[in-house]
Design a protein. Structure first.
Length: 256
């Protein structure tokens, strides 16, 4: 049976693959019967991670701490507060760091070195270079149940480039609004990556739209689907005129 190492650092700009690796690690920890702890948001700091390493493991033989968004950390804080804790880890604890890197936000260099010294794994998960981006987009779309032809993938790659948040958002939108088995071409995806898309941010209490692109390529009617626990901060899918659907989803696809 698979076992856990003391530490992991998974970093890179392929955010979809990072999420997949995180889910896999979580599943492995659960199968091994380990306690899980998550550090995210305000709790995801070098101090927070060091405190988690210092805590005792209670109730089970092993504890797994998963830390989000370490690309936001300052290297000097990691070196001063977390590196010493990684050098003297409790063998009953595993800590896994995830860095959703952007060009200006790499994982802290001190953390890469400290995880390796602790006997852990450092894995880089990167998007392909520009010349190979269209093939990657086709494969990622297939993983979401979308069929893209090469022209559609080229258009998405040329308009968005190696910007992982935007690429993931566009593929999510296309998956949300496409019937199973429909093959999308460049004209189908153009409204979601065009320069003329409405650039505004939708809040969770505003209407969201769910179109379906049918086999003819024409939008079908919207669904009406209240979100779970509907309230002032909950989303809701409302029926809307077709000419409002594409601009609304285009704006969502262009959000960073």
């Amino acid at each position: 049976m698979a076992s856990l190492k003391p530490a992991y650092l998974l970093h890179g700009d392929d955010h979809g693959k990072l999420a997949e690796r995180r889910a896999n690690l979580r599943g492995l920890a659960q199968r091994l019967g380990a306690d899980l702890e998550f550090l995210e948001g305000d709790r995801s700091t070098p101090d927070g991670a060091a405190s988690a390493l210092a805590a005792l493991t209670l109730g089970t033989e092993h504890r797994v701490v998963i830390v989000y968004d370490v690309q936001k950390w300052k290297d000097k804080d990691v070196a001063a507060r977390l590196v010493p804790a990684l050098a003297q880890m409790d063998p009953s604890t595993t800590i896994a760091f995830f860095a959703r890197e952007e060009k200006s936000k790499p994982a802290p260099p001190s953390l890469l070195e400290a995880v390796a010294k602790a006997g852990g794994d450092v894995v880089k998960v990167a998007l392909p270079e520009e010349k190979n981006l269209a093939g990657w987009i086709v494969r990622e779309a297939q993983d979401r149940g979308i069929e893209l032809d090469r022209e559609a993938a080229d258009l998405i790659g040329n308009r968005i480039g190696r910007r992982p948040s935007r690429l993931t958002r566009v593929l999510e939108v296309l998956a949300l609004g496409t019937e199973q088995g429909v093959r999308l071409g460049a004209p189908d995806v153009a409204p979601f990556v065009g320069d003329d898309a409405v650039s505004r941010r939708f809040h969770s209490h505003e209407p969201s739209f769910r179109p379906l692109l049918g086999r003819s390529g024409a939008p079908l009617a919207c669904d009406v689907e209240p979100a779970m626990g509907a309230g002032p901060d909950s989303g809701i899918f409302l029926r809307a005129p077709i000419d409002q659907i594409v601009p609304a989803l285009s704006a969502w696809a262009r959000m960073i």
